[in-house]
Design a protein around this ligand. Structure first.
Ligand code: SF4
Length: 369
């Protein structure tokens, strides 16, 4: 039995979220935003597959220009993903319906300005343009001050979300929702339960970030959703999977299947299916991916460890934006650049290797591990 969701209702253009409305499934374009032809094709394919909202990354003025063209040729509500350059929201507001910012990334630009004034800027633009906001907290890029203050990542994530909810509420902006993501489904479950106990009326977007490739990525996500959605937690969802561009719509299909199963009382998550001792975390890729061979690299790493009986976490990330931080906790971390891959063990950088060399380097490390 799925509990009623008592969150307040928010609007993303014509879509109502929260207040026990049907859960909305989202995805994100993995194409370069400036490659308008491919991005329009990707967004429309996701729309056709059943996506309620599609997100795309906006990092530059060129992305903003591309967005105007993309908006013209797509119908589904669009969400823009901002990183450090939060002021871009002003340029893109007419072409989007929702903006996502990461509290951890608001620390990097304009260091003399307070976080409150930066959030105030985003909220003012959102208010004027009828946009919704997602406060998107990620464990790997959590607010650096809170990371130092808390020994538990989950508490740091929840406190970050808590502070941003307080700022938005003080400003009087209520058309927002929150996400608390990690690649570890246990942390996702704990963080969302804890946040929901503090802010029961704020809608939540659920997801296990960098869940990896199917089927493992789907299983990890399913485990989290099965623990949260029946408790009345979760108003929108995303199943983040490392997939080639043409298969991105499979994220929507996976989300639909999980929701159908939960709604019909079929609980299928079988953690033992994740029986390979080696856990591979890989990002779903987005416009920021530095080289499209990233997806092949993630697949090759998976093949490499197929029969390895070592308890290891290997992270494969597509870019320099989240790659360095999101690989810090992995035993072996790879984050991609345009022509090569940075190889780490925990926080220590081992070296930078070409795409041809990297697999043999990883293999050697694993053998000696
Ligand atoms: S790690 Fe980089 S390429 Fe991968 S999803 Fe995150 S921002 Fe996009």
């Amino acid at each position: 039995m799925v509990k009623k969701r008592n969150t307040r209702e928010i609007s993303v253009r014509n879509i109502k979220i929260g207040n026990n409305r049907p859960i909305v499934i989202q995805s994100m374009a993995a194409t370069k935003t400036t490659d308008t032809k491919r991005t329009i094709a990707q967004i429309n394919a996701l729309d056709k597959a059943g996506a309620g909202i599609v997100r795309l990354a906006i990092d530059s003025k060129k992305d903003c220009e591309a967005l105007a063209i993309i908006r013209d040729k797509t119908k589904v509500p669009l969400s823009a993903d901002l990183q450090e350059n939060y002021r871009l929201v002003k340029d893109i507001a007419p072409y989007i319906d929702k903006v996502r910012y990461n509290p951890g990334h608001l620390h990097h630009h304009e260091k003399t300005k307070s976080i409150k004034s930066k959030v105030g800027f985003i909220a003012e633009i959102a208010e004027k343009n009828n946009l919704a906001i997602r406060v998107g907290v990620n464990c790997g890029s959590v607010d650096p001050i809170l990371r130092d203050r808390f020994s538990d990542d989950v508490e740091a994530m929840v406190e970050s979300a808590n502070q941003h909810c307080q700022i938005l509420e003080e400003i009087g902006f209520t058309n927002y929702l929150v996400s608390l993501k990690d690649s570890d489904f246990d942390k996702v479950i704990r963080a969302n339960k804890l946040f929901h106990s503090i802010w029961p009326n704020v809608p939540l977007h659920l997801g296990v970030t960098e869940a990896g490739m199917p089927p493992e990525g789907i299983i990890k996500t399913r485990i989290a959703f099965e623990q949260l959605i029946p408790q009345g937690i979760g108003d929108t969802i995303r199943v983040s999977l490392t997939l080639p561009f043409e298969e991105k719509k499979d994220e929507i299909k996976a989300g639909q299947e999980i929701l159908n199963d939960i709604n019909s009382g079929r609980f299928r998550s079988v953690p033992t299916l994740l029986n390979n001792k080696t856990n591979i975390i890989s990002c779903p890729s987005c416009s920021r991916v530095e080289n499209e061979v990233f997806v092949d690299l993630a697949k090759d790493v998976k093949k490499l460890v197929k029969n390895i009986e070592k308890e290891l976490t290997i992270a494969v990330m597509g870019c320099r934006v989240n790659g360095p931080g999101e690989t810090d906790d992995a035993d072996i971390g790879l984050w991609c650049g345009p022509s090569g891959v940075n190889l780490k063990m925990k926080k220590k950088l081992i070296g930078h290797f070409s795409y041809d060399e990297i697999l043999s380097k990883v293999e050697t490390i694993i053998k000696n591990y």
